[in-house]
Design a protein around this ligand. Structure first.
Ligand code: PGA
Length: 251
């Protein structure tokens, strides 16, 4: 059984003080046992996040990292720095990193290898832009991303760690959600691709999230689909009440 993972990706939002306030409000709200909840904050809030969540079941994640352990890489954060803070997950290859910061698949592959070797669970993001969808090449685009980003990595290394987030770029922060059928169809395509690349058992163990304008109003419909095992949520995760509704979508 794949336990759904609902992760809030705060992006470049929330000061440390705002993080404390968010978590304070969250304490008084209900957390479902059937869902794994995760908060992915900016680096500057990770220490607070981990300290204040350590006695809860809520996981923590970072939005990015570099692949080297230390050295002359001004402005970067290393996997062992994240591990040292007790962080569970790290997003690799979010479309904003791919487009705005020009991260390519070769770099993302190195980051995934480094994350795994430090026992961090990578949330690998993939997804097409609007033009690619209009040209009906979305599956090819996603296949190329996944094959390149996981190049040379064995099933054993990925087992119980890899999460894939399918996030069509045209649905991120736009209010446009992919229809739940389109999201399911791509998540199924990804699972089939994993079956081609690895064993069927492994492919069935991997959690595949959908991301792109997920909110309390549409989360239950998205989560009702067979191959969708969670959501990566931006905007709607910034408010405690809305985040609480997302992680309690079954109720
Ligand atoms: P959104 O962002 O929910 O604000 O569309 C999702 C994401 O980029 O992870």
């Amino acid at each position: 059984m794949r336990k759904p993972l609902i992760a809030g990706n705060w992006k470049m939002n929330m000061t440390d003080a705002e993080t404390k306030k968010f978590l304070d409000n969250l304490k008084s709200l209900e957390i479902s046992d059937n869902v794994e909840a995760c908060i992915i904050s900016p680096f500057t809030s990770l220490k607070t996040l981990n300290e204040l969540l350590k006695d809860t079941d809520i996981s923590t994640g970072a939005q990015n990292m570099y692949y080297e352990d230390s050295g002359a890489f001004t402005g970067e954060i290393s996997p062992n720095m994240l591990k040292d803070l007790g962080i569970d997950y790290v997003i690799i290859g979010h479309s904003e990193r791919r487009t705005i910061f020009k991260e390519d698949d070769e770099l993302l592959n190195k980051k995934i290898i480094a994350a795994l070797s430090h026992n961090l669970k990578p949330i690998l993001c993939c997804g097409e832009n609007l033009e690619q969808r209009e040209n009906k090449i979305q599956e090819k685009v996603v296949e190329n991303q996944i094959r390149s980003d996981l190049k040379g990595i064995t099933e054993k290394e990925l087992y119980s760690k890899l999460v894939i987030a399918y996030e069509p770029i045209w649905a991120i922060g736009t209010g446009k959600t992919a229809s739940s059928d389109d999201a399911q169809s791509m998540c199924k395509f990804i699972r089939n691709l994993l079956t081609e690349m690895y064993s069927e058992e492994f492919a069935h163990s991997v959690r595949i999230q959908y991301g792109g304008s997920v909110k309390p109003e549409n989360v239950a419909e998205i989560m009702s689909k067979d191959d969708i095992d969670g959501a990566l949520v931006g905007g709607a995760s910034l408010d405690t009440e809305s985040f609480s509704k997302l992680i309690n979508y079954e109720k």
